[in-house]
Design a protein around this ligand. Sequence first.
Ligand code: SAM
Length: 261
Amino acid sequence: EARLVITGTGIQLGRHMTGRVQTELDQADVILAMMDDFSLCWLQQKYPDLINLSQFYGKDGEKDRRQTYQEMEDAILAPLRMGKRVCAIFYGHPGVFADVTHAAVKKARQEGYEAIMEPAISADACLYADLCIDPGLYGIQAYEATQFLVYDRPLDPSSTLILWQVGVVGDLSCKKFHTQPENVRALVEKLKRWYPADHEVILYEAAVLPIEGHREERLPLNRLPEAEFRTITTLVIPPADSWLPDLDALEALGVTADALP
Ligand code: SAM
């Protein structure tokens, strides 16, 4: 019976895949996969007929990613419409900073098909472990880097900030795979509204291969334009400000600021 499952491999090759995901792959008539070349080869060993969704990407600077995403969505829905049991597997968590996956589930449901998303380990799940950052400690804000840059978004510098897709920050053409130092400079200028120029920031990359360690490059904010950015780089900005008590809320609770931890 036709059914769509969208799921993920997690970040680290072979090690983050859940039993639940494995079962879905084993039961699928058609598997479509979007991940780095190493992970794809690994998955192809067990599922040689899988369809590689990366084929829809154009060369750097040539093809609008929005077109690529539409083609991926169409490729996922085509076998479903032919009555197949389809499993589309993406790297990381399929629903975290991903357009195609949510769009495909929505479209499939609109067309009357059963469609579900299965969670998997995302880059930020690795980040909390590798960088020893508990999101509950200061609170977390997460933005897509370009969206944060080009829109007037609020920011609370007393929480930890995670900027995703910083490796393509400022690319409004949606065609590039690498950012330019001037785009990073624009991001730094914006961040300086809330953080001092020498505030320590972290460039983070979770290990994809079991043989490598994670990247944790700590540098002052104003040195970011000289740093190396890759498509998998995530920018983490530790808190700069301390918190002030909310006196109205404390009064409503009938306590004073002395009661705060
Ligand atoms: N769905 C993915 C997940 O669950 O992590 C995220 C996909 S999003 C399109 C791509 C962004 O995720 C990258 O620009 C980067 O910010 C982050 N990312 C992906 N792989 C990463 C890794 N190995 N380490 C750190 N961040 C990563």
